[in-house]
Design a protein around this ligand. Sequence first.
Ligand code: SF4
Length: 336
Amino acid sequence: MSAVAQARPDGVADPATPLLEVEGLRKHFRVTRGVVRRETVTVRAVEDVSFRIRPGQAFGLVGESGCGKSTAARALLRLVEPDGGSVRFRGEDVLAARGAALTRLRRRLQIVFQDPYSSLNPRQTVGEALTEPMRVHGLAHGAAARDRAAALLEEVGLPPAALRRLPHEFSGGQRQRIGLARALALEPELIVADEPVSALDVSVQAQVLLLLRELQARRGLAFLFVSHDLSVVRWFCERVAVMYLGRIVEEGPAARVLAEPLHPYARMLRDASPIPDPERRGQLPRIVGEIPSAANPPPGCPFHTRCPHVMPVCRTVMPGWTAAGDGGGVACHLHS
Ligand code: SF4
């Protein structure tokens, strides 16, 4: 492609200072497998992942299930400890932070899970779930905390009476709103949303997505939006990174990457993603082949076992990063 030049972009096209800078993030797991012959293998869940998010920006991390996107999100928040790389939040080293500095960073970086029910204590009322983090972080106590909790519920579209109720009394969409209110209680600057709407009915998905966009505009919130659903990411995100077998294979403006991707894997994802035209539903091409095991990734390009454009060089040489003219880039020998 003529719009492609040799260089690693690493967000240099973004003029504003990044809010979050992730550089060379790595997370491996040691797992034991086999019944008769037991062996311990290394699963390379996240390899050399780099991206930047600007203040107020919605950044998508997409890929098939098992590609490492959720592990990357958890590793940068240190919900699992990464094995390498660096994570900077407003220039502060997240991976080196300890004690009070780590607590302060955690307040500014919040996460919303796919199933908020699993992260809510079933015996704790919504009011307790919202006021507890405010109290722990010293933001508000007593009546002031309860008033703030009521205001947060109103902001996410729930009545103040919800404060006295338990999580099981709410629908999935309402529980996701409660999860959001709890994240907002700590006044974060960035929310990691890990498949936040994929467990919800389509009509409820749209309502929650609209709410996320309202919050982004009103509060200037940035999002790291982790999802396998390209249509949702296309609607919500400004920039997107596509992950395959623990690595980013393409990054750039969502409008371009999801409409005219450069990487063959990103193209297959696009072609397999649901389309609004009901007449063409059921005719979606499938992504051929299985994702290779992250415990035994193929040599060369990790996608070469499934790629329709595979060349001899792809089987032995890992493609480098090639910058695209729009500030993004791609890891593929076709573009080097
Ligand atoms: Fe396909 Fe080769 Fe590009 Fe990998 S490097 S995506 S195998 S063309």
